[in-house]
Design a binder for this molecule. Structure first.
Ligand SMILES: Nc1ncnc2c1ncn2[C@@H]1O[C@H](COP(=O)(O)OP(=O)(O)OP(=O)(O)O)[C@@H](O)[C@H]1O
Ligand SMILES: [Mg+2]
Length: 375
């Protein structure tokens, strides 16, 4: 049950239901009774701060950042209507909230979850939209800092109107240091799966090129259904973003044109100076992709057959790796193999086998954690 007030009002907005929860707060569907329209309200979570003193500063920074983001008027950027404080506009310790356009068609993460990867042409359209949004924000001096599939939302059902970027600048407003542009190791609280190497290393200024890297990681997920680096341990994911070469997308999505591989080679560089210089340069690469003829086929004469062969080879390899790990009692190898198998079974639409691999991985994971919990 919501606890804002007896009648579930948050300021002038009537809360309808919770839409979801992220790292920075909770998003509700609400009804604006004055204008008779639905809105989405993000209520900030400030509980990371035990004594509350930083919360006041964070709330102020959030409001400043939201004011800047609210100036961005672009078809591919969510419209922010207003910001407020729970309990009243001047209340210092009220939790800040942001009222924005309600996007009912859901996020790209929902889409990946429900329907799996996008066809490459659709993915290129989504990327092109996101790049126009980033170009407008960067032009206005705003770096997003948390580009990822949950922050890309469909404008309307059926993909009409393309996508909109949400949550501009919030990552910095809440977790960045107050007066500096620089983030430090350990300060980074965004999603490890889409973080740029410089966000992880915390060694240099975060600028527009950091968003370009995160969008490349997002594009990889749109095409393959998973982020470029996957591991149970987020520290390991961060290490890989910082040091491992960006993976070849065609290993998981062999049907995508070569041009996509080149996009990732460029946008996924560790060194920001080697990436696309700006969002519009990367947008031009997406436009080139979208100009490929409808009849475009992979260089492989039978892309579907090639993919099938590749998948069945991977399956046989993983199954024999699992058997070997079981006989040598190598639990961490069993665990990582089970996780890969789970993903592969899902790709092959074998839900029963995927569930069984997931269940076995979970049991093993819990078992492996027990000695640590006992310490
Ligand atoms: N304007 C909106 N309209 C409709 N749903 C939204 C809107 N903004 C966010 N949501 C949904 O609310 C949920 C929570 O969003 P939230 O931004 O808090 O989480 P997140 O994107 O996963 O993480 P982060 O805190 O890093 O942004 C998500 O499912 C998101 O799709
Ligand atoms: Mg979000």
């Amino acid at each position: 049950m919501l606890q804002y007030s007896d009648d579930n009002m948050l300021g002038p907005y009537k809360i309808v239901r919770k839409l979801g929860e992220g790292g920075m707060g909770t998003v509700y569907l609400a009804f604006d009774e004055t204008l008779a329209r639905h809105v989405a309200i993000k209520v900030l979570r400030l509980d990371a701060d035990p004594d509350g003193s930083a919360a006041v500063a964070m709330a102020r920074r959030f409001e400043r950042e939201a004011q800047t983001a609210a100036k961005l008027k672009h078809p591919n950027i969510v419209t922010i209507y207003t910001v407020g404080r729970q309990g009243g506009g001047t209340q210092e310790n009220g939790r800040p909230y942001m009222v924005m356009e309600y996007l009912e068609a859901g996020s790209l993460a929902d889409q990946l979850h429900k329907n799996g990867p996008l066809p490459w042409r659709k993915a290129a359209e989504v990327m092109a939209d996101a790049l126009l949004a980033l170009a407008a924000a960067h032009e206005a001096g705003i770096v997003h800092r948390d580009v990822k599939p949950t922050n890309l939302m469909w404008s309307a059902a059926g993909g009409r109107g393309g996508v909109k970027l949400v949550d501009f600048g919030l990552a910095r407003a809440l977790y960045g240091p107050a007066d500096a542009e620089i983030t430090f190791p350990g300060m980074f609280v965004g999603s490890a799966s889409y973080a740029s190497p410089e966000q992880i290393n915390g060694t240099e200024r975060i600028d527009a090129r950091s968003d370009i890297y995160s969008l490349a990681a997002t594009g990889y997920a749109l095409l393959t259904g998973q982020p470029p680096f996957v591991d149970d341990d987020s520290a390991e994911v961060m290490r890989q973003h910082a040091t491992e070469p960006f993976p070849d997308v065609r290993e998981l999505a062999p049907e995508v044109p070569e041009e996509w591989v080149r996009v990732f080679e460029r946008a996924g560089r560790k060194n920001p100076a080697e990436r696309y210089a700006d969002a519009m340069e990367m947008h031009a690469a997406m436009t080139r992709l979208l100009r490929l003829p409808e009849s475009w086929q992979s260089e492989s004469p039978h892309p579907v057959a090639a993919k099938a062969t590749k998948v069945s080879e991977s399956l046989a390899m993983l199954e024999s790796q699992l058997a070997a790990a079981q006989s040598s009692r190598d639990e961490s190898m069993q665990l990582s193999t089970l996780r890969s198998l789970c993903g592969l079974y899902s790709q092959l639409e074998r839900p029963e086998q995927a569930k069984e691999a997931f269940r076995r991985a979970l049991v093993l994971h819990v078992k492996m954690c027990q000695p640590r919990l006992a310490e």
